[in-house]
Design a protein around this ligand. Sequence first.
Ligand SMILES: Nc1ncnc2c1ncn2[C@@H]1O[C@H](COP(=O)(O)OP(=O)(O)O)[C@@H](O)[C@H]1O
Ligand SMILES: [Mg+2]
Length: 361
Amino acid sequence: MEEPESFYQNIFASLADGVLIVSADLKIVKVNQAAEEIFQHSRSSLEGEHLSKLFPDQPNLLEKVVQSITAETSYHHVEGIGCRKSNNSRFLSNLTFSPLIKSHNKTTTAVILIQDTNFLKELQETSQQSDHLSTLSVLATGMAHEIRNPLSGIRGSAQLLLKDLKNFDQREYMEIVIEEVDRIDRLVKKMMDLTRPALKDFKQTNIHQVLEEILILEKETLERKGGAFIQTYDPSLPTIEANKDELKQAFLNLIKNAVEASPKGGQVHILTLYNNDYAFRKKQDTLSPNSIIVKIIDSGPGMTDATIKKLFTPFFTTKKRGTGLGMAVSLKIIENHQGKIKIVSKEKIGTVVQVFFPVNK
Ligand SMILES: Nc1ncnc2c1ncn2[C@@H]1O[C@H](COP(=O)(O)OP(=O)(O)O)[C@@H](O)[C@H]1O
Ligand SMILES: [Mg+2]
């Protein structure tokens, strides 16, 4: 039984690949919907057009189409550079030419199948990216186990050393070693528990204490560049409900960035504020009443608009040995605490990072 014309028309229309039917003089006779999308032009404006307009400056390609009609041969996997009529942009495509044999055995037209390989490439890249991520998470879990063993060795040795140390400064450094080892251990454990929902272990936390613990660690790096921290702490700053380890991680990432951005002799200003007074609140009207602010101000190179746009994207970095995870992790932690982060950066002048937390009274 012969299929009705509409049956073939449906197939033609719903093919995912673009189809062009061209005559022997390389005029386009018919196109399907996918071809319209690929060339970003309506059917009516494509039909009647010369093929060289869609594949400009490629005489070999046009010659092959002519041959497929005159010699009745097919060509597969021909690479062509298509031209989108709407904006003149170019795209890579994979083409197949076949003669269209009409009923009385005379070939007058060819069928061109078009695959937009740009699109295929994008698909391949995104699936490679997710492959990469799942490999990473397997790796991370494996590493988590391997990290915890030497950590307990480090902790034990540090504790033995601490017993023998008399000098106050040295004891303080050793206590930091132990505390930091514990923090890594908790972090690694968290990484292993990643599949389970995170427990909110919130306690009243003193932000100044959190900041001071970080500054002890970062001071040396900054001083090696001839720089220094300047702390301006608001003595009325209340404690907030927070997970101290997470906050420490969040501020460490931000302060590290400021230290890394600092030029020789540059100062990093750390400022805290409690905005419980009305005049102050009015000036910062986007804030909820009773919030605390931590500002980290550096005199580094600042950021371009392009960098600011991608700042919180995981793995975005402009540094040779950066991970690009610092800002993404900080944002997540701050949001977990109902906080907000605001960045103001001027090229050649520096960067101001402001972190806001609500205070529940
Ligand atoms: N204080 C800052 N001054 C200038 N650039 C910054 C600052 N903080 C962040 N950046 C930019 O944001 C990028 C991402 O930061 P981050 O997520 O911490 O990753 P990383 O520090 O590993 O590069 C940095 O590579 C840098 O370009
Ligand atoms: Mg960083």
